[in-house]
Write a protein of this length. Structure first.
Length: 724
C-alpha cells in the first residue's frame, strides 16, 4: 500500500510544494507546521492545501514528515493571503511563506517561574527582614519569589532562608502571558461629536463582522488615533483580535504609551527591534488567541491570527509600507486583501491619503469618515512661501532671513521651532576645490554623503562607509575637499551660528544609539527641552510635540522633478505632515516653505491650505497620463555584475514581451541608479489599463523569456513606488 502523502510548502525560493509521506498515526491539516527532512538537514515547512500540484514522487524515494510543531498553525486566511501575494507579485510562494515563518523558531521552554506561599509554620528565628516578608505573605496568596522580595523590600536570600526554615513553601507558577489583556473600558475618552460619529460607524463595522474598507480622513491632530481605538475596543469586547500597522518604529514608541493610557496595558509589539525570543513568544500568543492586539510594522501582517476582527493601517500613505527587497509587496494593499479574506473591517488612517486611497474613497469603494478639525479647537497652521529666488539666504547658508527672524521670535516667546530638510548627514556631495573630483561610492552610481558627527563618507544606497580622506584621491591636494549643499547636520551648524544660545537637536534615522536614543530624543522634544529641532522625514510622522509653534521647510523642492510620477504626491504629503506637527498645543502654529518655485501647483496648494485643489490637480494629471490608479504598472530591473550582460538580457527580455492590446512595454533603459552594490541595472516598465491582469501578463512574459543564468537577476515589482 502506498503511504498517505501531503503537500508541504517550504520557505525557500520555490513556488510549488513538495510531497511527503505522513507517518502512521499522525493527522495533518493545511496550515500545520511540520519538521521535514530536506537534503542533509531538516526544515520547518507548512502543510499546504492539496491541489494535486505537488510533483508525483517515486514512492521509494518519498520521505516522511518528522514531527508536527504543536504550538502554532497558520489559519486558512493566512494561507490564502500567501497564495494571493505570490500570485500578485510573482514572488515564489515559498518566499512569501517565509515571511510568515521567519520568526517561527520554537519559543523554547519558558523559564520556570517559582512562587512562594506561607505554610502556617512560624519561623524558628525572627529578624526585621523576616518579619516584613511574613507580614506580606500573611494573606496566604502566592507571589513570585523575586516579586515577594521586592514588595517586602528585603533581599531574595531572606526568602530562601524562610523556605529552608519551613515557614514558606515554593511552587511552580504558570508562565507569564505573552501580553496582558487590554481592557476596552480602561480609560475611554470623551469624544468630540465628529469623533463620535466616526467611532460609531467603526464600532458597527466591527460588530457586523464583514469586510469593509474605511478611510479615516482627518486633519493632522484631529484625534484619529482615539477614534480607531474605539474600533479596537469594540473588537476586544467582541472577544476578537486586532492588528494595528504603523509605518515606523520611532512612531511605535509614543504610540505604545498612548495605547497604554487607553487600554491599561501595552499591546504586543512586533518589528525588527523586538528580540527573536520575544517574537517567538508573541507569535505563539497570537496563534493561541491569547494576544489580543498587536501593534507592528508591515511584517505583522503575516502573523497567524486565528480570529482577526479588525485591521488598522495608520498613516496609510507612508511609503515605508512598501517592501522593495525580496518579495516586493505593499503592506497597506495586502492588509486590505487580508481583511477581505478573513471578512473583517479595515481602517486606513491619514491626514494626506495616498492618491490610490483617495480615488477609492471618491469612487465609493472605501467609506470616508471625515474629521475636518483639530481636536480641542486648535488650528492647522498656515504655510507662507519664501521665494528663494528673491529673498534667499546668503551664499553658503540655507536659512532665509525671514525664516531666521521667525525662529528668533519663536524662541523668545518660549516656543519650539522645527526645521525640516529631507537630507541625512552633513553634505550630499563632497568636491575637490583644486581639481573638481567628486567623492563617489565605489559600488554605486551615487555620491558619498558626508556624516560629520561620525567623520565618515557614506553611501545611502549600499551602506558603504569610509573616513574622509586628508588628500583628494583625484589630484592629491591636501585639505581641498569641501562639502557642497546642506544636510541636517550642516543645518544644525547654521542654527548654532545664528542662535548660539538655543538648544538644538538633529533628528534623523541614522543617529547612533538606535531606537532607544531616538525615543529619548523624541521625548525630550515633546517635553520642551529643545528649542530648535532639525529633522529629516522622520519628524514628519505622526509625532505630537505640544510646544512646537514654528515649522520651516528648508527646501521644499528636494523631492520634485526627478521624473518620478509620485514626486508631487510625496512632496505634498511630507510638507503637509511636517507642518501638521506645529500648533498642536497651546501656541498657535506657523509654517514657512522655502522654494524656488512658489508658483508650482503643489506649493500653491500647500500655501493656500487647499488640500482639495491638490487632489483635483493630481488626480486629473494621473488620469490624463494613465498613471496609477488609472492604469497599472510593473517594473522589471535586470541586473548583473557586468554592464554588457545586463543590457543584453534586458534587450532580449524586451524582444519577447507578449504583444497584447493595451499593454505597453517601455525600455529597456539604464536605470537612474545605474549601478547599485556593484551591479549594473537596466529597467523595463510595463503599463496596462486599470482592469488588466498584469500579473498574468508578467507570468506569461517570464515564461517566454530566456532564463537568467549566471549572476543575472530580474526583479519584478508590481505597482512600483520607487523609480530608481
Ligand atoms: N477625545 C479626545 N479626548 C482627549 N484628547 C484627545 C481626544 N482626541 C484627540 N485627543 C488628543 O489630541 C491630540 C491629537 O490626536 P492624534 O494624535 O490622535 O491626532 P491624529 O489625527 O492622529 O494626528 P496626526 O495625523 O498628526 O498624527 C493628541 O494629543 C490626543 O491625545
Ligand atoms: Zn553604494
Amino acid at each position: 500500500m502506498s503511504p498517505r502523502t501531503v503537500d508541504i510548502l517550504l520557505p525557500l525560493g520555490l513556488d510549488a510544494p513538495y510531497s511527503y509521506a505522513v507517518p502512521e498515526g499522525m493527522d495533518l491539516v493545511p496550515g500545520d507546521l511540520v519538521h521535514v527532512p530536506l537534503g542533509t538537514r531538516g526544515m520547518v515547512g507548512c502543510v499546504w492545501p492539496g491541489r494535486g500540484a505537488a510533483a508525483p514522487v517515486d514512492p521509494a524515494k518519498i520521505k516522511s514528515v518528522k514531527a508536527r510543531l504543536d504550538y502554532e498553525r497558520l489559519p486558512p486566511d493566512l494561507l490564502q493571503l500567501i497564495d494571493w501575494i505570490a500570485d500578485y507579485t510573482l514572488a515564489p510562494r515559498g518566499m512569501v511563506l517565509r515571511m510568515a515563518l521567519r520568526h517561527g523558531e520554537s519559543p523554547g521552554v519558558a523559564r520556570e517561574r517559582v512562587g512562594v506561599r506561607a505554610t502556617g509554620k512560624s519561623p524558628g528565628r525572627m529578624t526585621a527582614a523576616r518579619h516584613k516578608l511574613m507580614d506580606l505573605l500573611a494573606d496566604g496568596f502566592v507571589r513570585g519569589k523575586g516579586e515577594a522580595a521586592r514588595e517586602a523590600g528585603v533581599s531574595p536570600s531572606v526568602v530562601d532562608g524562610l523556605v529552608d526554615d519551613g515557614a514558606l513553601e515554593t511552587l511552580v507558577l504558570p508562565p507569564a502571558p505573552a501580553a496582558e489583556r487590554p481592557d476596552a473600558d480602561h480609560a475611554a475618552p470623551q469624544l468630540s461629536d465628529a469623533q463620535e460619529d466616526a467611532a460609531a460607524i467603526l464600532r458597527a463595522a466591527v460588530a457586523a463582522r464583514t469586510f469593509a474598507v474605511h478611510l479615516l480622513d482627518g486633519v493632522t491632530g484631529s484625534g484619529k488615533t482615539e477614534v480607531y481605538f474605539e474600533a479596537v475596543a469594540a473588537a476586544l469586547k467582541a472577544g476578537r483580535q486586532a492588528l494595528i500597522l504603523l509605518p515606523e518604529i520611532a512612531l511605535t514608541q509614543a504610540f505604545l504609551d498612548r495605547f497604554t493610557l487607553r487600554f491599561g496595558v501595552r499591546p504586543a509589539e512586533w518589528h525588527s527591534a523586538v528580540g527573536t525570543k520575544r517574537r517567538a513568544r508573541i507569535l505563539q500568543g497570537v496563534a493561541e488567541g491569547e494576544v489580543r492586539v498587536v501593534a507592528g510594522a508591515r511584517s505583522a501582517l503575516f502573523l497567524p491570527f486565528p480570529d482577526l476582527g479588525l485591521i488598522i493601517v495608520d498613516e496609510e500613505h507612508d511609503p515605508a509600507y512598501k517592501q522593495e527587497d525580496g518579495v516586493a509587496y505593499h503592506a497597506r494593499d495586502m492588509a486590505v486583501v487580508r481583511a477581505r479574506l478573513c471578512g473583517a473591517p479595515i481602517v486606513l488612517a491619514s491626514a494626506t491619503p495616498s492618491i490610490e486611497t483617495e480615488v477609492n474613497a471618491r469612487r465609493g469603494r472605501y467609506r470616508r469618515l471625515a474629521l475636518p478639525e483639530r481636536f480641542g479647537g486648535a488650528k492647522v497652521p498656515g504655510l507662507a512661501p519664501i521665494d528663494l529666488r528673491k529673498e534667499g539666504p546668503p551664499r553658503g547658508r540655507w536659512i532665509a532671513p525671514r525664516l531666521a527672524e521667525e525662529i528668533a521670535q519663536t524662541i523668545e516667546d518660549g516656543g519650539q521651532a522645527l526645521l525640516f530638510l529631507n537630507r541625512r548627514g552633513y553634505a550630499p556631495l563632497t568636491l575637490c576645490r583644486a581639481c573638481g573630483h567628486r567623492m563617489r561610492c565605489p559600488s554605486c552610481s551615487a555620491w558619498l554623503v558626508e556624516h560629520r558627527f561620525r567623520r565618515r563618507l557614506a553611501c545611502h544606497h549600499c551602506g558603504y562607509q569610509a573616513p574622509v580622506p586628508e588628500a583628494c584621491p583625484g589630484c592629491g591636494a591636501k585639505d581641498s575637499l569641501m562639502p557642497c549643499g546642506p544636510g541636517v547636520e550642516r543645518l544644525q551648524e547654521e542654527v548654532q551660528t545664528l542662535f548660539p544660545a538655543a538648544r538644538s537637536l538633529v533628528l534623523s534615522s541614522d543617529l547612533t544609539g538606535g531606537v532607544e536614543r531616538m525615543r529619548a530624543e523624541l521625548d525630550a522634544v515633546a517635553r520642551g527641552e529643545v528649542d530648535v529641532v532639525v529633522g529629516t522625514q522622520l519628524v514628519a510622522k505622526g509625532h505630537n510635540f505640544p510646544g512646537l509653534a514654528l515649522v520651516g521647510v528648508v527646501d521644499a523642492d528636494v523631492g520634485l522633478g526627478h521624473g518620478d510620477p509620485r514626486a508631487a504626491e510625496r512632496t505634498f504629503q511630507l510638507v503637509h505632515q511636517v507642518a501638521g506637527r506645529a500648533g498642536r498645543g497651546a501656541a498657535e502654529g506657523r509654517g514657512y516653505i522655502q522654494t524656488h518655485m512658489p508658483e508650482h501647483p503643489v506649493m500653491q496648494a500647500l500655501v493656500k491650505g487647499d488640500r482639495a485643489a491638490f487632489y483635483e490637480t493630481e488626480i486629473a494629471a494621473r488620469q490624463e497620463a494613465h498613471l496609477p490608479p488609472f492604469g497599472r504598472m510593473a517594473s522589471l530591473i535586470v541586473s548583473a555584475t557586468d554592464a554588457a550582460s545586463a543590457e543584453r538580457h534586458a534587450r532580449q527580455l524586451a524582444a519577447c514581451a507578449p504583444r497584447v492590446e493595451g499593454v505597453r512595454v517601455l525600455g529597456p533603459a539604464e536605470a537612474p541608479l545605474a549601478v547599485l552594490r556593484g551591479r549594473h541595472r537596466w529597467r523595463l516598465l510595463a503599463r496596462a489599463p486599470r482592469a488588466f491582469d498584469l500579473s498574468a501578463y508578467l507570468r506569461a512574459w517570464r515564461a517566454a523569456a530566456p532564463r537568467a543564468t549566471g549572476n543575472l537577476r530580474v526583479a519584478i515589482d508590481v505597482d512600483p513606488l520607487s523609480f530608481l
